[in-house]
Write a protein that binds this ligand. Structure first.
Ligand code: AHM
Ligand code: MG
Length: 336
């Protein structure tokens, strides 16, 4: 790292100048999202002292009980983003339908999607959680904005990232030119560039999956994990380690930092549901970040970023991380 600290603002301005990749409106959007993440980070840090822990006694559209912090984070992101003129609408894992920017504010050309607080089950036990976000452009050709405008494949994203609230608060971002990481300097109140051009090693000896679901998996996933578990005696000829934080955002962050494979596959308990994780708020932004870092992301059969969403809250099976491992488990899904 150079001696001089590079703030998120400076990084974005320099990217904008260098290749025009970040139009002014998008830069504003990303700065506003980062500011919202700072506020969420402060709420998370306060914990019990801020009265923010525990359940809110409400359910989201997916029938999951919402935590107070899920709702707080959702409100912070909406309030921060609705007035700047850069957005047409937002969609969130915690809201039934899209939130159109109110008429009293100018309408922008971007659409913002987010999982305001990923890893909700970890909130009350002081384990790292985070915000995941994805940015799309509103399709042209019609006035106003509707839910169908959001139903774009992940390959159409113009920015994606996440912010982790852990021992450090870190923001990880791509605008299609590699992956950069920023760490929140709490004294200065600004995000400082701490890693650029993050690369996921193609091979790994670490997998991340909820092993308690093993008996429900499909054969290809069972085979892949069985072979990892067989260690030096098995076909892989090496020992594997396992990590499962149960916050996708943090499990994927570990993979971006040191490699590994993360999987949340389809399972037999709910045969008609394609998976647990959400395509538009979790899988798409994480898949783009992983691909931008030289990794791979599939649903076992197809590239996640090529999937055409049929609805806003669509779910998907997810396998992502070190390229050679994701390639392998995807190959195991091929019909003979
Ligand atoms: P959330 O968005 O409600 O927090 O749910 C998604 C989370 C992911 O972060 C994580 O990978 C998974 O659910 C954990 O699932 P499990 O409870 O099976 O460990
Ligand atoms: Mg989530």
């Amino acid at each position: 790292m150079a001696q001089q600290k590079i703030s998120l603002t400076r990084y974005l301005v320099e990217q904008q100048r260098a290749d025009g990749l970040i139009p002014g409106q998008l830069r504003l959007l990303l700065e506003v999202v980062a500011r919202a993440c700072k506020s969420i980070s402060m709420a998370v840090n306060k914990g019990d002292l801020g009265g923010v822990l525990g359940s809110a006694e409400s359910e989201n559209v997916q029938g999951e009980v919402q935590k107070k912090l899920d709702i707080i984070a959702n409100e912070v992101l909406i309030e921060a983003n609705e007035w700047g003129g850069h957005l047409a609408a937002m969609a969130s894992e915690e809201m039934d339908s899209i939130y159109v920017v109110p008429n009293r504010y100018p309408q922008g050309e971007y659409l913002l999607l987010f999982d305001p607080l990923d890893g909700s089950s970890n909130i009350d036990v002081n384990v790292s959680i985070g915000t995941i976000f994805s940015v799309l452009k509103k399709p042209e050709g019609h006035p106003g904005v509707q839910e169908a405008d959001f139903l774009q494949a992940g390959a159409k994203q113009v920015a994606a990232g996440y912010c982790i609230y852990g021992p450090q608060t870190t923001l990880v971002l791509t605008v299609g030119h590699g992956v950069a990481m920023f760490t929140l300097d709490r004294e200065q109140g600004s995000f400082v560039l701490t890693k650029e051009d993050i690369q996921i090693p193609p091979d790994t000896k670490e997998f991340s999956i909820n092993m308690s679901n093993q008996r429900h998996w499909d054969e290809p996933v069972k085979r892949y994990i069985d072979e990892c578990l067989a260690g030096t005696e098995g076909p892989r000829g090496k020992d594997f380690n396992m990590r499962w934080i149960a916050s996708m955002v943090t499990d994927v962050h570990r993979i971006l930092m040191r490699g590994g494979i993360f999987m949340y596959p389809w399972d037999k308990r709910e045969p008609n549901k394609p998976g647990k994780l959400r395509l538009m708020y979790e899988a798409n932004p994480m898949s783009w970040l992983v691909e931008q870092a030289g990794g791979m992301a599939t649903n076992g059969r197809e590239r996640i970023l090529d999937l055409q969403p049929g609805k806003l809250h669509e779910r998907v099976s997810v396998m992502l991380g070190s390229k050679n491992e994701v390639e392998r488990v995807t190959r195991y899904h091929d019909p003979l």
